[in-house]
Design a protein around this ligand. Structure first.
Ligand SMILES: Cc1ncc(COP(=O)(O)O)c(C=O)c1O
Length: 534
């Protein structure tokens, strides 16, 4: 026996001895050991704090990054690259679709809507003060034009029931229509019967079960990646992964201006520990190239983009973004929440659509759209996912996805691959709608997928058109206004399903034409080509 194994064997014996084990598991001993082990870290932290204090003394405090849509364009790293849409002078909100008596109420509401964004920045001794001064939602409720948090009686597919009335659902992300699929329902029901309703714990401790592992294996195989991780929501995928990877001041997140809010929030967690956020122009690889060019050679650059942009259905220019990222040895992550089941062979998403799956380091997404459930997924290199699951507090200290949700997502993933006609029908439906809406004169931006925005550009008018569509035509859309979208990008966001029939779509088109004309967005002619202002 060599001296190394003698030392190691006797160390093992000592460590396993009863008194030693008791001593090591005593809290007080652990605290002393921690303090000793942590001493160099504390010295480094103190030095860091001194450097920070010096920096503040010399340069003053930097303001934290705010939501991009709350900032003026020139405060951003870059502004969007969209070509300007035709400008027409659309009538004022106050003039259309309103009785004279309503005008002053509407004016008040419009002013309050404009003020509501700055309310968040309000100072004062009482943090609740801004809540009491936030009046826009209350007044909108009183006027019957408040569009959010409306409880549906049920939502069983292309139609839903709202306050006892059937409406055509154009506001759901149930792209493949799988929330009511018999196999998906049965899987969720069976999981509840077998495992109960919740894991009541996080993945790290008691919240992982065989179902999570099984789905992880299937997701990894589906994407041709080494490993997968199942999360409780898609939002958590981004905040957890980005917080874990943007862990110090030597890392920079390069994000598309139009990335989803969860990406911004994840990056902010990195910014809180010193990482930097740089925004490049929307879907513009040249802008990304310039930003990467300007970084120090020693900076860890991490590019994060939506695969399909959530607000407008545009597909990311992934081949160019990947090429630029590789050129600068930056890592790249794609959020495919709106791409899974929508684009790519067998609905495999954006990277597969462009044939660059192996060049994208991490791909994430949600179960809450094509997969008809709740939860999130991330695929990539095993070592990276292992790091994320040990360093992301929002993953480690939040309860895991519940058994029925995991089982439903797994069944939906299977159905998606078995019933590929759903993907074909979805594509036919959104292509038909995009073409017809464009012919009609609607500005639908750069949508290429199942999300089609109808740009109205003004917040209040968007809300009023939403109401008209719902009340008078039974058509349910989602009004997107600032700060959910950048100023002047207000739109009626519509989304389509494989299970919408041609009759559904034609009914929607008729309603969009009538309401577009009434509110002055479309010209009076049969095929007006008046586009809204940008
Ligand atoms: C692009 C994108 N990422 C992440 C999310 C968050 O997913 P989830 O709803 O599962 O939290 C969404 C949801 O709307 C999304 O659109």
């Amino acid at each position: 026996m060599g001296w190394k194994s003698i030392v190691s064997n006797s160390k093992d014996r000592v460590m396993k001895a009863g008194p030693v084990l008791r001593m090591m598991s005593d809290d007080r001993v652990m605290r002393v050991a921690d303090a000793i082990l942590d001493a160099p870290g504390r010295v480094r932290a103190a030095a860091g704090k001194a450097a920070e204090a010096w920096d503040v003394l010399v340069h003053g405090y930097a303001l934290p990054e705010m939501d991009p849509s709350m900032m003026p364009d020139d405060a951003m790293v870059a502004s969007p690259s969209r070509p300007p849409h035709n400008k027409t002078s659309a009538p004022s909100d106050r003039a259309v679709g309103l009785d004279r008596d309503d005008v002053s109420d509407v004016q008040k509401l419009e002013d309050q809507m404009a003020a509501r964004i700055s309310i968040a920045g309000q100072a004062g001794r009482d943090v609740f003060q801004k809540c009491h001064e936030f009046k826009a939602a209350d007044n909108a409720r009183k006027m019957g034009v408040y569009p959010y948090f409306r409880p549906l009686d049920f939502n069983d597919g292309p139609e839903a029931m709202l306050e006892g009335r059937r409406v055509l659902m154009l506001g759901s992300n149930n792209y493949l229509g799988l929330t009511t699929h018999p196999k998906v329902r049965a899987a969720a029901t069976e999981a509840i019967r077998k495992y109960g309703t919740s894991m009541t714990g996080s993945r790290l401790v008691n919240g992982s079960m065989v179902l999570h592992k099984e789905l992880e294996e299937k997701l990894a195989a589906f994407h041709g990646k080494e490993a997968a991780l199942v999360f409780t929501t898609g939002y958590q995928v981004n905040i957890a992964t980005l917080a874990a990877l943007l862990s110090n001041k030597h890392t920079v997140a390069l994000i598309d201006r139009s990335d989803h809010a969860s990406i911004y929030d994840g990056v902010r967690l990195g910014v809180a520990v010193g990482a930097r956020m740089v925004r490049y122009r929307h879907n513009d690889a040249e802008s990304l190239d310039r930003q990467l060019e300007s970084l120090d050679a020693n900076t860890g650059a991490f590019v994060i983009t939506d695969g399909v942009f959530s607000a407008d259905g545009e597909v990311a220019n992934l081949p160019d973004l990947v090429r630029v990222a590789k050129k600068h040895r930056a890592r790249i992550m794609v959020d495919d929440a709106h791409a899974l089941g929508v684009i790519g062979p067998v609905g495999r998403g954006t990277a597969a659509h462009f044939g660059v799956e192996q060049d994208v380091d991490l791909i994430g997404g949600t179960f809450s759209k094509s997969l008809a459930s709740i939860g999130g997924w991330l695929v990539g290199e095993r070592k990276v996912l292992d790091y994320v699951q040990h360093f992301a507090s929002s993953f480690m200290f939040a309860a895991s996805a519940a058994p029925p949700n995991v089982a439903a997502a797994m069944a939906a993933l299977e159905v998606m691959q078995e019933e590929t006609w759903r993907i074909d029908d979805l594509r036919k439906n959104y292509t038909y709608m995009r073409e017809e809406l464009t012919k009609m004169g609607w500005d639908v931006g750069h949508s290429q997928t199942a999300v089609i925005p109808l740009y109205v550009r003004k917040d209040l008018r968007t809300i009023m058109m939403w109401k008209e569509l719902l009340d008078n035509y039974g058509v349910y859309t989602n009004p997107f206004i600032s700060p959910g979208v950048p100023p002047k990008q207000a739109c009626l966001r519509t989304s389509y399903m494989a299970t919408h029939t041609k009759e559904h779509l034609d009914r929607a088109l008729e309603a969009f034409q009538a309401v577009g004309k009434k509110f002055g967005i479309l010209g009076k002619g049969e095929k007006g080509s008046t586009k809204s202002e940008s």
